[in-house]
Every structure is written in structure tokens, then in C-alpha cells.
Design a protein. Sequence first.
Length: 367
Amino acid sequence: MTSTPSSFDARPLTEPVDAAAVRAFAAELRSRPSSGMSVSTIIGIAGAAIAAVVLIPTLAGLVLSLASFGDSPAAAAVPLALIVLLLAAVGVLIWMGVRNAQTTRYRLHRFAQANGMAYEPKVADPPLPGMIFSLGRSRQSTDLIRGTRPRFVEFGNYQYTVQSGKNSTTYRWGYVAVKLDVPLPNIVLDAKGNNGFGSNLPASFQRTQRLSLEGDFDQHFTLYCPAGYERDALYLFTPDIMARFIDNAAQLDVEIVDDWLFLYTQRKVSTLDPATWAWLFGAVGALMTKLDQWARWRDERLIAESPASAAAAAGSADALPFAAPTGLLTPPPGVASQGRRLKRTGTWVPIVVVIAFAAFWLLSRMN
């Protein structure tokens, strides 16, 4: 992905496509060893099936009504003809669902090519360290758009399923993953603009890890950083970087973990909507111009965490006369154990919902 706005080309998302090219690309995807039936195809077939379920009772009632008009050969042929029409309609709906899904994948593939990127239909259980990627089961990313320049970036839709007793709920996210130069402390920016009744994030963090930043940054984000890493967060979030987040990512939740930067949203990221891509490309491009500053960050706690390694690295005057004094030793890239993950706490929103429901039930019983 390039950082120049002029390189953004959204035409493949909406321009007409060649049917033969769509079929050829679908066949290519099927031939890949890791390629199975994608979520978009399943959704297309499911939509057709739902339409068929709605259509079948209606036509069945019509068949019974017409059959009751008489026992003539013509009257007997009407139900049979309607059954044939019903099966044909279901077949057409399923075909349209599959075709629309194939066209969507082809458009995204062309869009990726036009912007110097690559398309991948599906990745099961993606090995990413962000907070959404370790929850539930049946985890998968779909319709991934990836670029490698000036650094690796991945746009994708993601879903996972959480089982609760006999019921299960599927959660869907859109995300952008940006590879950083060095590992950084685990920092979360909870965007206030996309919250409803409390935070929309799937994890909650101890309040003692909140850090207030200068200016109006706190009006847009709640920032969490590990205890003891407040100075490091201030080093990373300089006024110019805070301004970039406010101007370009105020509706996105942000997580820095290991050597990754994640942007989260509860809407599709990989879509055929040119406006969504223009927004995301603009946000990522604006942030990328500042991420090089973070490559210089080092965690001095690594020396204290492993004094033996520090001493070995510093050496002695006899063995390494050119070694730097221990007091001036620069730690290698990395994060000490206490800064690698934020401390979490149980979310209070479900508890409030249960209490409110119980109170409502009690009041209704008393009246």
C-alpha cells in the first residue's frame, strides 16, 4: 500500500465486470488448497434459502387453493406446474446468491490489484495478537486485502462465535492490522464516538490504567496503558500523533500490542463501498507518516528485568575494550513483561442488564 492519496483507485469496486473473468477467478480460488466455501458465498446461499422458506408456504397455499377448484385434468396440472416453478425459483435464487458472492470477491481482487495489494478470500484462526482474535470459536478472517509497502497492512472482516449454554452468538468486526517496526507496550484507545451503553470493546480494563492526555484527546478516546508506562505512552503519543488519531481515526478503536497496530470497527472493512475504502486508506495513510517515530522507542526495564543479560551485553574492559559503559547501555527492541499486556477486569454491562431485567420483572409482578 502506498501512502500517496493519488494512488487510490476505487473503480474496480463499481465498474462492470466480465462474467467469464468472474467464473475464471472463482475456479482459481477453488483450486487453491486452503480455499473453501467463503463466508460471502454462504451468506448468499443462506439469503436464497431464507427467501425460499418465505416463498414455499405462500406458493403451497396457492397450490392447495387452486387444486380445490375441481378435479379436471387442467385443474390437476396447475399444482404440478406451480411446484416446478417453485423449484425453478429456488434454484435461481441460489444461483444468484452464489454469483453475487463470486462477483464481490472478483471486484475486491481487482481493487487490490489496482492499488498494489493482494486479495485473500479467507484465513481460518488468524495468528494475530489483537484482543478480538483469541475469543470464541470458529474464528476466521474473510475478504482480506493486504499490502506490503511502505509496511505490511491488512484490511479484513472477522467473526467468531461464543457459546452460552444451548445458545450461540456470532460477533462480527472489521479490522485494519499494521505491522510496526518494534514491539511496544500494550496500549488501547477506546473511541468514545462508537460507544453506546458503555464501551463496545470485547474486553474491559482496570480503571487504574487510564491515562489522561493533554488537549481535547480525552474527548475522543479513553487511553489505557500498563501501570508504570505513563511516560512511555506520552513519548509515543506526541501532540502531532494525537492530532492524527483525532482527525482520522476518531470512530475507530485502536490497540497497540506487540509489534502490531490494530484499528477496530463493528462494521465491514472489506466492502464494495468506495467511501469506506477512501476513509480507511486516508486514516492509515495519515498514521503511517508518523509511525516511524515509534521505531526509536526502547524499554529500559528490559535491562533491570535481566541484569545478567545486560552485563553480558556490556562486557568487561578486558574482554571488550570498546564496549559501552553499563550505565549507557541501550536495551534491544522489546517490552518488559509488565508492559506486554494490560490488566483486564470483568465487564459490568451484562451485570447491569441482568439487574435491570430482574428489577423490571419484580415491578411487573408487584403491579
